[in-house]
Design a protein around this ligand. Structure first.
Ligand SMILES: Cc1cc2nc3c(=O)[nH]c(=O)nc-3n(C[C@H](O)[C@H](O)[C@H](O)COP(=O)(O)OP(=O)(O)OC[C@H]3O[C@@H](n4cnc5c(N)ncnc54)[C@H](O)[C@@H]3O)c2cc1C
Length: 446
């Protein structure tokens, strides 16, 4: 195949990769579009951050661009029969310690939206939804943002369904671990080699490998001798713990109509503890129909390890499943603390069941990277969900396709560029703040 008849190889079948395949195959029904992932799309367990029990789908952004894109994605979740079954419009309840609520409301107004979105004083807000959040932490809260248009989605189920649809439309799905990218004599990317030595070729290679992206680029840089392939400071792989409680019938009846809860802390509050005790924003996702309520923890951690002799970067643990189900005690405790920030002592005897460590790729600004790679022709990068990428699943591929075709609007080109000036992480309350091993073995207090 030549560039007038392109073929597409997408490494990674999370939301960035699958959305790209879905948009490409609809635009070019006869094109060769291949997804390659270490896990089968319908596997019982997958490492993808996108493969999760559930995720928040909200358009409550103080960044106008993500606000606009989230509204666009949410419309699809609400109206398209492919996505609709996975979306639950429960609303969002967001404790704000800054001007966040007003900024979000202003964005919605400027974008011409008329959703049911309000900011309420704490005393009024805590009476809502039958007082389910009456025991939450309201220290320093200025007001509570309530947006009844937001909600959550069954993430893993939607990923499986949309991937299945891609396959029905003609996308090829290969289950294999990619060992390195392949290049021709001029440094253009021509495909990948799998761990078992199979070469898969394409004219356009899109790396959407989430948290594993920096490691794959390191390996590819070493193999090709092109050091410019490395992610360097651009991408940081980091993990966060999630956990579920199995509610009993009485608890389920009480909480089943609750909204998604967000505890919004400011960078100063969030980082004013210690490296190992900072608080980003903490969420509580309503119970599924099986009565499972979910939280994510406050500790967002790196795992710096030697991925090649002498090359130390943060990377998920080097096992097939990233050790995602081996959740140590201190990280389980992190979930208990998140739970308590919402429900206080009344939740002390709740039955905490499932725990998982979920790995994602971060940038200091939490902006995605959706960009040609500047060190190789034919190579594109689409990742860095930075803990908020899932909700854009229906539209990510539209913008990634525009990027591949050089048609992305200039504001997005700049925001998502591989090479751009990025701020330091000090104002980013979500940015990874500790090494996993330090969280597990705290240094002795002298
Ligand atoms: C705990 C947690 C909670 C979150 N909550 C929310 C939320 O509520 N709302 C929201 O919008 N977002 C949320 N996010 C963020 C969101 O889940 C991610 O930003 C998004 O899913 C990232 O998608 P991705 O496609 O980049 O990566 P992934 O979903 O991780 O997919 C990457 C894929 O690449 C594959 N891969 C990697 N390396 C290789 C290789 N060498 N060979 C073959 N395959 C490979 C992996 O198997 C994986 O399937 C959350 C993230 C986490 C971790």
């Amino acid at each position: 195949m030549n560039s007038s008849n392109p073929s597409y190889l997408i490494v990674g079948a999370g939301v960035f990769g699958v959305s790209t395949a879905y948009h490409l195959i609809q635009k070019y029904p006869n094109a060769s579009v291949t997804l390659i992932d270490r896990d089968a799309y319908d596997a019982e367990s997958r490492v993808a951050a996108s493969w999760d029990w559930n995720k928040v789908v909200r358009a409550d952004y103080d960044d106008k661009i993500y606000c606009r894109l989230a509204l666009e994605a949410q419309e699809i979740f609400k109206s398209d029969p492919l996505w609709q079954p996975f979306f639950h419009q429960t609303g969002v309840y967001w404790t704000c310690r800054s001007d966040y609520a007003q900024n979000v409301i202003n964005n919605h107004k400027e974008l011409g939206r008329n959703d049911d979105i309000i900011a309420l004083p704490v005393a009024e807000a805590r009476k809502l939804y039958g007082g389910v959040f009456d025991n939450a932490d309201y220290t320093g809260v200025k007001e509570v943002l309530v947006n009844r248009a937001s909600g959550w989605a069954a993430a893993g189920d939607s990923l499986r369904a949309i991937t299945k649809r891609c396959i029905e439309l003609g996308v090829k799905y290969i289950t294999a671990e990619v060992a390195t990218l392949e290049f021709d004599g001029r440094g253009s990317c021509t495909g990948v080699t799998t761990k078992s030595g199979e070469v898969v070729s394409a004219t356009k290679v899109i790396v959407a490998a989430g948290a594993f992206t920096p490691t794959l680029l390191e390996w590819s840089a070493a193999k090709s001798g092109n050091a410019g392939l490395r992610a360097g400071e651009r991408i940081l792989a980091a993990g966060i713990t999630t956990g579920m409680a199995q509610l009993n019938e009485e608890q389920y009846t009480k909480y089943k109509d609750m909204p998604v809860g967000f505890q919004g802390y400011t960078p100063d509050e969030g980082k004013s503890y210690t490296m190992t005790h900072s608080k980003p924003f903490i969420g509580s996702i309503p119970p599924t129909k099986d009565g499972e309520m979910k939280w994510w923890g406050s500790k967002i951690f790196t795992n710096t390890r030697e991925v090649l002799p002498g090359r130390h970067i943060s990377s998920p643990p080097p096992t097939h499943d990233y050790n995602q189900w081996k959740v140590p005690g201190p990280l389980k405790q992190d979930i208990v603390e998140s739970r308590n920030l919402w429900y206080g002592p009344k939740s002390a005897d709740w039955n905490m069941t499932k725990h998982r460590i979920c790995w994602d790729a971060f940038t200091t600004s939490s902006d995605f990277i959706i960009s040609p790679h500047s060190a190789s022709k034919g190579l594109y990068v689409a990742t860095c969900g930075s803990f908020h990428g899932y909700k854009f699943f229906p539209v990510l591929g539209k913008y990634i396709t525009q990027m591949i075709e050089g048609e992305l609007e200039s504001e997005l080109v700049e925001k998502w560029a591989w090479d751009r000036q990025r701020p330091d992480s000090s104002q980013n309350v979500e940015y990874p703040n500790a090494e996993m091993k330090h969280l597990l073995q705290p240094a002795a207090k002298l």
